[in-house]
Design a binder for this molecule. Structure first.
Ligand SMILES: O=P(O)(O)OC[C@H]1O[C@H](O[C@H]2O[C@H](CO)[C@@H](O)[C@H](O)[C@H]2O)[C@H](O)[C@@H](O)[C@@H]1O
Length: 260
């Protein structure tokens, strides 16, 4: 089977609305590539620590970064500490915590692009997690996430409670895949992409962002503003992306093609 073809396209008209992106090998000389992590480079798993990193994925990303003369960054909602626990130390450019942490390739330390999360937020989220039978709370330097993958019925109550904390503390609220996150204002994936694009070796290139979640929409919009675009990974939906790949396997196939 052609690994770029979505088996569900046969039954969903909406799913065929966005075309596949051009082959990276055709556009790479001027492209800056930005990659989301969960749902884009790795399949979604039951637990944030349970994702499987495909053999060869790290080498593939590093080789692509070299092919693009350093114009490649992973831009994730995870903290950089959580990302590197899964991938090992990374020499490529990375941004974590939805744009709160920003680290150009080779830099020893991440720069903050947002204020730290106020101390009381985690306490309040942990209390809510307990009230709902022990949900997972993920603490990051510039955001905190409460996961309800194992308690989907809690969604609406959690959203209301998280909204109250966001309003009290002046925080942003994002709603991703079975996860609600409170983020400190001033940074998102779009601002991280824009910051990279201001700096060498990204400056002057055309940004292309690959991501699966609603939290990637800021980055799709920022890439478009800078003359580039976005590739939605997964089922079709309302999006600022212009292209679509059906899932993680198609992303790997598309990335590998650039190296052939
Ligand atoms: O921006 P991303 O790299 O896509 O990160 C988004 C969030 O990913 C993680 O949560 C998601 O993936 C988990 C593992 O597959 C899954 O269990 C969870 O339900 C998903 O929401 C991560 O834990 C979050 O911190 C990231 O913000």
């Amino acid at each position: 089977m052609d690994t770029m073809t979505d088996p569900t396209d046969r039954v969903s008209t909406a799913a065929t609305a966005l075309p596949q992106p051009p082959l990276l090998s055709c556009i790479a000389s001027e492209t800056a590539l930005f990659l989301d992590f969960d749902g884009t480079l790795v399949e979604i798993a039951d637990h944030p620590d349970g994702v499987r990193v495909a053999p060869g994925l790290i080498g593939l990303v590093e080789r692509l970064a070299r092919r693009l003369d350093g114009r490649l960054a992973i831009v994730t909602g995870r903290s950089l500490e959580s990302l590197e626990r899964l991938l090992g130390p990374l020499a490529i450019a990375v941004a974590g915590s939805h744009g709160g942490e920003f680290r150009p390739a080779g830099a020893a330390e991440a720069q903050p692009l947002a204020p730290l999360l106020p101390a009381g937020v985690l306490t309040r989220l942990n209390r809510i997690a307990q009230d709902h039978g022990g949900l997972l709370v993920e603490a990051k330097p510039f955001s905190a996430a409460i996961h309800y993958r194992h308690h989907p019925a809690a969604r609406d109550a959690l959203l209301a409670e998280a909204r109250r904390i966001a309003d009290d503390e002046g925080l942003g609220l994002t709603h991703g895949k079975m996860v609600i996150e409170l983020t400190t204002p001033g940074a998102d994936k779009g601002s991280a992409l824009t910051r990279f694009m201001d700096l060498p070796p990204f400056a002057g290139a055309t940004p292309l962002f690959l991501g699966d979640d609603t939290t990637d929409e800021h980055a799709f919009a920022a890439a478009r503003t800078l003359g580039g675009g976005g590739v939605l990974v997964g089922p079709s939906r309302e999006t600022a992306a212009q292209w679509r790949l059906y899932g993680v396997a198609a992303v790997h196939h598309w990335l590998k093609e650039a190296l052939t």
